[in-house]
Design a protein around this ligand. Structure first.
Ligand code: PLP
Length: 387
């Protein structure tokens, strides 16, 4: 851990982990673009043998994310899903996971179509209700895996209650913290065992990189994950590790702006006569508002909403000028998506409708552009989509 371990997060974002380069004084960690390292005699080396197992640039990123999430060890992967693959590889045939009922579509897909083939099963539960989690626990359940807020309905689960329940029942607790990042929410401080990130989103922040991270706070778990990272091999490359460190340095200023823009747009949408429904955990009307306030800095910068029935949502998407229709989120540019046909298409329609991912649902990732211009863009597209 660096000398900045006890500093505030805005400082840690810049100085945390491994800062600069001792040898040259470079303020940035060099990109060690190498696959292998020379050994003096077999087995005697400077701590590195092969870059799948360890690379100094990746290590700087791993130390940084561990420090930001208040964990003891971090692991960097080639994508969020490679990170999730490594975490799911902790389990064995016969094990079952309880997952939030509207998780990221790819998380549902890898459980449903990959790990289930190996006999690792799951049950989707409305984790915003702790009693429902407790009711779903049987002898085969080995972990509770949540997103809070959920994607795309922004449901809020009580992280501390999940951590306590998991401890009581001897289960692992896992939080996908992609939507909030450690700048807004730190699940390990609330007792969670494993934090996962798609760093492709806010941590990278510029829609120019695919990456995943895992953080734990326990030496035994860290050892198992280090083994799995090396054994499954989905590691992040040195150049991408550098890009991600660079992105994380501005996370604080970016998120402050993302969130203030989102708060303004949420008020605008909430009061708009054409809007049927809005989901934003920063609004007092949101059912998870109080719990979110207890465990996170604010309501983040993701908003989902539905327009009233007399609107053509495809016309709405086509009419936007600044906000782009695209998958992904968390970049500096504002993006909208249609979860039912895009990010969550891998979830069967019946299940989508059951949890509220309707065909009319729109998900907005609020960027850092001028807030008034974003509001105007939404306003004119809403009007243009009236039928
Ligand atoms: C995007 C995303 C993932 C998957 O990450 P990739 O980097 O795209 O592999 C996982 N969880 C959440 C919440 C996401 O938004």
């Amino acid at each position: 851990m660096s000398a900045f371990k006890n500093n505030k997060i805005a400082t840690k974002l810049i100085h945390g982990g491994i800062y600069g380069d001792e040898k040259t004084g470079s303020v940035n960690v060099p990109i060690y673009q190498t696959s292998t390292y020379e050994q003096e005699i077999p087995g005697v080396h400077k701590g590195y043998e092969y870059s799948r197992t360890g690379n100094p640039t990746r290590e700087a990123l791993e130390a940084l994310i561990a420090e930001l999430e208040s964990g003891s060890a971090g692991f960097a992967f080639a994508s969020g899903l490679a990170a999730i693959t490594a975490v799911l590889s902790l389990f064995q045939t016969g094990d079952k996971l309880i997952i939030s009922d509207n998780v990221y579509g790819g998380t549902f897909r890898i459980l449903n179509q990959v790990f289930q083939n190996f006999g690792i099963t799951f049950e989707s539960v409305d984790t915003t209700d702790i009693q429902k989690i407790e009711d779903a626990i049987d002898d085969s359940v080995k972990a509770i895996y949540i997103e809070t807020p959920t994607n795309p309905l922004l449901g809020i689960t009580d992280i501390q209650a999940v951590a306590e329940l998991a401890k009581k029942k001897g289960l692992l607790s896992i939080v996908d913290n992609t939507f909030y990042t450690p700048y807004l929410q730190r699940p390990i401080e609330l007792g969670i065992d494993i934090v996962i990130h798609s760093a492709t989103k806010y941590l990278g922040g510029h829609s120019d990189l695919i990456a995943g991270l895992v953080v734990v706070n326990d030496d035994e778990l860290a050892g198992r994950l280090a083994f799995l990272q090396n054994a499954t091999g989905g590691i992040l490359q040195p150049f991408d590790s550098f890009l991600l460190i660079r992105g994380i340095k501005t996370l604080g200023v970016r998120l402050d702006r993302h969130v203030s823009n989102a708060e303004k747009l949420a008020e605008f949408l909430k009061n708009h006569p054409d809007v049927q429904k809005i989901y934003y955990p920063g609004l007092k009307e949101h059912p998870g508002y109080e719990i979110n306030k207890k465990q996170a800095k604010n309501g983040g910068a993701m908003i989902s909403f539905e327009l009233k029935e007399n609107h053509d949502i495809h016309k709405f998407f086509r009419s936007l000028h600044i906000i782009a229709l695209a998958e992904s989120l968390g970049g500096v540019e504002s993006l909208v998506c249609h979860p039912a046909s895009m990010t969550h298409a891998a979830i069967p329609k019946e299940l989508r409708d059951k949890v509220g991912i309707t065909d009319g649902l729109i998900r907005l990732s609020v960027g850092i552009e001028d807030a008034d211009e974003l509001e105007k863009d939404l306003e004119q597209a809403i009007i243009a989509s009236r039928i």
